[in-house]
Design a protein around this ligand. Structure first.
Ligand code: ADP
Ligand code: MG
Length: 272
């Protein structure tokens, strides 16, 4: 393909951190929307039984007929699960509470860690020409998150700019290493993004300093500011980029998308 916007194979990014409330879902929705705004074709996979990404994008419970659960547990065809959104270039595979029992139901399935990997590689995916697939992980390092890491090319870690933020990170890194050793040796760390950042707060600045000292250029240059427009947007079923395009939050997610695109060298098409 000669179109420089589009790559041959979708780049699959797991948005993961086993802590809840750190900005995984917010980052998934808004980074996806920002990439879509840049002309990329983007799929969100809601892999959290809470279904917050689906709700935040306005998918009614009654419209979640074929969900991530069906994809993983019942081998549902991908084309039945993918729903296109009203936002240009953006689609989603929704989730609901069914997914909470997947861990237990899959325990005796010997391919249990590879189900999302295989589902996202059904041949029918080619027709969608996705450039990016963002997986919104649950707040745990369970089988669902392992499925995301096995399916993905990279992991993007939202880190809340708060005390103890870095504490959980070593556990997450151990999980990534384990997945590399057992199932997905090329799994990369896409980067760590500081969320809910308040530049007037010394604690935020301290967390940023610690993160950059420990993780170097794995930390994205842009920090996502704490911004009320970001937290309001889901109740209007919109990404903040649509809800308030000029807000600080929208501008930050736009900058994150551009940084991510620019970091993408070599592209997954070349990585083999
Ligand atoms: P997670 O998916 O990791 O559990 P969420 O993305 O749901 O975290 O975010 C947790 C809460 O913080 C939500 O209420 C969300 O609206 C809020 N939030 C996330 N990012 C921001 C931000 N940049 N500014 C203000 N509120 C935010
Ligand atoms: Mg979430």
């Amino acid at each position: 393909m000669s179109d420089p916007l589009h790559i041959d194979e979708p780049k699959i990014i797991a948005v993961a951190n086993q802590k809840g409330g750190v900005g995984k879902t917010t980052t998934t929705i808004n980074l996806a929307a920002a990439l879509a705004e840049q002309g990329r074709e983007v799929l969100i996979v809601d892999l959290d039984p809470q279904g917050n990404a689906s709700t935040g994008l306005g998918i009614e419970m009654s419209d979640r007929k074929v969900t991530t659960y069906d994809l993983l547990v019942d081998d549902a065809p991908l084309e039945d699960a993918i729903q296109s959104l009203e936002i240009k270039n953006l689609s989603i595979i929704p989730a609901n509470v069914d997914l909470s029992s997947a861990d237990i139901e899959l325990i005796s399935n010997e391919k249990r860690s590879f189900l999302l990997h295989d589902a996202l590689r059904q041949p029918s995916i080619d027709a969608y020409a996705f450039d990016y697939i963002l997986i919104d992980c649950p707040p745990s390092l369970n089988l669902l998150t392992v499925n995301a890491m096995v399916a993905a090319h990279s992991v993007l870690v939202p880190l809340q700019s708060e005390f103890f933020a870095l504490e959980g990170l070593s556990q997450l890194m151990l999980s990534i290493r384990e997945v590399r050793q057992t199932a997905n040796e090329n799994l990369r760390i896409e980067g760590v993004v500081l969320t809910m950042f308040d530049s007037r707060n010394n604690l935020s600045l301290q967390v940023e300093q610690d993160a950059r000292a420990n993780l170097g250029n794995l930390v994205f240059k842009i920090c996502i500011p704490r911004n009320v427009r970001v937290s309001e947007a889901p109740s209007y079923a919109l990404p903040v980029l649509e809800y308030d395009s000029g807000s600080k939050g929208a501008r930050a997610y736009r900058a994150l998308a551009i940084e991510l695109i620019e970091n993408q060298n070599p592209s997954p098409g070349h990585r083999g």
